[in-house]
Design a protein around this ligand. Structure first.
Ligand code: HEC
Length: 192
């Protein structure tokens, strides 16, 4: 029994030393250009899904779907989100795979998640990924409008679609300064 307890103690001590060594001696690769392992990715992504699902507000998107509301959503989206998530100018942002995990391209591949789940992520962000918490920067009403816009971005009324195209902001321009060695998704956006 005694040797069992000593064994458990030594195992725990070994684990603690391992964690200490990894964090203290530069063994943990923290670069954003360093993809996480499959296990880390699966665990973190599942944790995010489930947590947001548990905490999302139990309500429908209160936005009245009109061309004016979708245009407002587009304006807010272009101003705050398109740089990372892709927008009018480049539906696939050149920043997409400069983050790990990579940034979902929300108007290229419209998410199927319910609006209230997307709202929670927008409001609170995702720690250690680059996705900011927008609470206090954008009002709740504006966040719901942005989400309504994302969900309708492939079927906008003509006046909202025209207003969105006029807003074409900068993501494509980053490509000129950041040659992409792996993939040319951003370049496609530039030539659109
Ligand atoms: C600086 C870059 C950046 C900006 C700006 C940004 N995001 Fe994100 N966003 C991310 C990253 C990175 C992720 C991926 C997080 C993950 O997978 O864990 C993400 C994930 C998300 C998701 C989850 C999508 C999914 O299907 O998993 C939503 C929704 C989202 N962002 C909405 C927004 C909205 C709305 C805005 C603007 C108000 C915005 N983001 C601005 C980087 C950004």
């Amino acid at each position: 029994m005694r040797s069992f307890i000593v064994g458990v103690f030594l195992t725990l001590l070994g684990l603690a030393c391992g964690v200490f060594a990894v964090s203290r001696f530069g063994l943990y690769p923290i670069g954003a250009d360093n993809p996480p392992s499959g296990l880390e990715r699966a665990l973190a992504s599942r944790a995010m899904d489930v947590y947001a699902d548990k905490h999302k507000p139990e309500m429908q998107n209160p936005t009245q779907i009109t061309a004016a509301a979708l245009t407002e959503g587009a304006e807010e989206y272009e101003g705050h989100c398109a740089f990372c998530h892709g927008g009018a100018k480049a539906k696939i942002s050149p920043m997409r795979d400069k983050f790990n995990p990579p940034v979902p391209q929300l108007v290229h591949q419209i998410p199927h998640d319910p609006d209230n789940w997307l709202f929670w992520i927008t409001k609170h962000g995702v720690r250690m990924t680059g996705m900011p918490a927008w609470d206090g920067v954008i009002s709740d009403e504006e966040m719901w409008k942005i989400i309504a816009f994302i969900k309708h971005s492939d079927k906008l009324p003509p006046e909202a679609a025209a207003a969105w195209q006029k807003l074409a902001s900068t993501p494509g321009e980053i490509e000129e300064h950041t040659p992409d060695r792996h993939e040319h998704a951003g370049r496609q956006g530039l030539t659109r």
